[in-house]
Write a protein that binds this ligand. Structure first.
Ligand SMILES: Cc1cc2nc3c(=O)[nH]c(=O)nc-3n(C[C@H](O)[C@H](O)[C@H](O)COP(=O)(O)OP(=O)(O)OC[C@H]3O[C@@H](n4cnc5c(N)ncnc54)[C@H](O)[C@@H]3O)c2cc1C
Length: 452
């Protein structure tokens, strides 16, 4: 059987559902394929925290449903390994009711006119010449195959990138290495409270408990919490075991409401998010924030930017890689350059010992304002200057030199991303410059070379 649409979106998580909503409301005929079915649609193992600025931006297109929000966040408490230093970074956000959020978004896509194919696995893209021409899908229970043809296919299948990874030889198929991901596990628990200051989500840095990552305690209220742990993909640590050994014993658990794990992309942007008739969004585009692994906001943003470009492609009738390239450029200017900067900072943080972290947080080498600046606006020249000055005044030059190198390379690599090429012709030379800056940086902070 073969069906024809304007756009096929594979994956009905945040990115796919929101893209489907935006495309359908623009009058396009959209098929939304989702491997899950029934009340499992929209369910996602997650920390459930979302910055308010993402919700505000989304409100330009879709009024959020209050039922999707469990509580308000006032900020983040960043805790040192010895727990003597606690930085309070203000910034509003929400704890989501993740299942309600997910099913609401899919419902909005369907209400806007998208046709939901639940229980369908997007197995492979169908390619005609230099463009993707549709998706080969398999109905899960029956094994029946369907071909859904479309002018544009959106891969929103999450970290696995079920479609993009099958476009061998296309820049968008760039594989993720174990270094590019974090393995996370979390439980939603009812605890014998009260949890202190429940309006603050808490991030605990500790290289021994969560190597290359952190453990978190995000309260929904004073007695219900989302507690989890994420470790770097190359750490060799099993996050479930580590959670049970080191995090769970700290809590007085009354009841376990839900438990589960997942993998998060924590890297710089893929070198391209498009191909002929094809775009990748959300985790499938490795769009999450590499510093903390938050990716709901980036799922929304990438869906918004790509939808804008897809709608324009329908106006001009050009669905080539050249036409869709604008999504790459918008993405890199809006978020990709900061994503790359944060990735540079992430790599440095992953090399720090607990001793360094204790020192850095207790001396406020980077204070609350600096951290807020870096995460919301990126690395500024004034930060580089501040670190240079600190080098003269504070002890621990090895740590400060690493921090300084990170800030300098973050600034330089961020600029490179702002120079992202306007067409695919410039991609390889540009990417060679990025790869060489990264290799130089890795050497500076004592990491092995990685190759392009
Ligand atoms: C433990 C954990 C904690 C996290 N905490 C936070 C947090 O607090 N805040 C935050 O912002 N982010 C957090 N994240 C990251 C965030 O959840 C993701 O970045 C975000 O959900 C990505 O959305 P997405 O739509 O791209 O992908 P997903 O939500 O993964 O959606 C992909 C969808 O595609 C479907 N699918 C997969 N393969 C196929 C296929 N072949 N065919 C059809 N359908 C398919 C899946 O069933 C799923 O519905 C966390 C992640 C984890 C694992």
């Amino acid at each position: 059987m073969s069906l024809k649409f304007d756009v096929v979106v594979a994956g009905a998580g945040t990115a796919g559902a929101y893209a489907s909503y935006l495309l359908a409301r623009a009058g396009l005929r959209v098929a939304l394929l989702e491997a899950r079915a029934g009340d499992q649609i929209g369910v996602k193992v997650c920390g459930d925290a979302l910055g308010a600025h993402h919700v505000e931006r989304m409100s330009r297109y879709l009024t959020p449903n209050p039922r999707a929000f469990k509580s308000k966040i006032a900020g983040v408490e960043l805790v040192s390994p010895d727990e003597s230093a606690r930085l309070v970074i203000r910034g509003e956000g929400y704890m989501l009711d993740r299942a309600a959020w997910g099913s609401w978004l899919v419902g909005e896509a369907v209400r806007a006119g998208a046709e939901l194919y639940e229980g369908y696995i997007a197995a492979a893209p169908t390619v005609s010449g230099s463009s993707v021409a549709g998706v080969e899908a398999v109905k899960k229970r029956e094994g029946t195959r369907v071909e859904l043809r479309a002018r544009v296919v959106v891969d929103a299948t999450g970290l696995g990138g079920a479609l993009r990874t099958k476009l061998a030889g296309w820049p968008v198929s760039e594989p993720l290495s174990p270094e590019d991901v974090s393995h996370a596990y979390r439980e939603i628990l009812s605890v014998d409270g009260p949890v202190e200051r429940p309006e603050y989500i808490k991030i605990f840095l500790n290289a021994e408990v969560a190597p290359g990552g952190y453990w978190w305690l995000f309260p929904y209220d004073s007695s219900t919490v989302n507690v989890g742990l994420g470790v770097w993909g190359i750490s060799g640590v099993n996050p479930v075991e580590r959670f049970r050994q080191r995090v769970l014993p700290r809590l007085r658990v009354r009841a376990r409401i839900h438990a589960g794990g997942g993998v998060v992309p924590t890297r710089r942007p893929l070198k391209s998010l498009v191909g002929g008739g094809f775009v990748a969004v959300g985790d499938a585009a490795a769009a999450a924030n590499p510093l903390h692994g938050g990716g709901i906001g980036q799922a929304l943003l990438s869906a918004e930017l790509s939808s804008r470009v897809i709608i324009r492609a329908f106006e001009t009738g050009d669905f080539s890689e050249r036409a869709l390239w604008e999504y790459n450029v918008l993405y890199m200017r809006e978020w990709g350059h900061r994503q790359a900067q944060l990735d540079v900072m992430r790599l440095m943080l992953q090399t720090l010992s607990n001793d360094d972290l204790n020192y850095g947080l207790s001396r406020r080498v980077l204070g609350e304002g600096d951290i807020l600046d870096v995460s919301s606006r990126g690395v500024s020249p004034s930060l580089v200057e501040k670190l240079r000055a600190a080098l003269q005044l504070l002890g621990r030059p090895s740590l400060l030199l690493k921090l300084l190198a990170a800030a300098q390379y973050a600034s330089r690599i961020g600029e490179l991303y702002m120079e992202y090429p306007e067409s695919s012709a410039g991609l390889e030379p540009w990417h060679a410059r990025v790869a060489s800056a990264y290799e130089e940086y890795r050497r500076k902070i004592g990491l092995e070379p990685r190759g392009a």
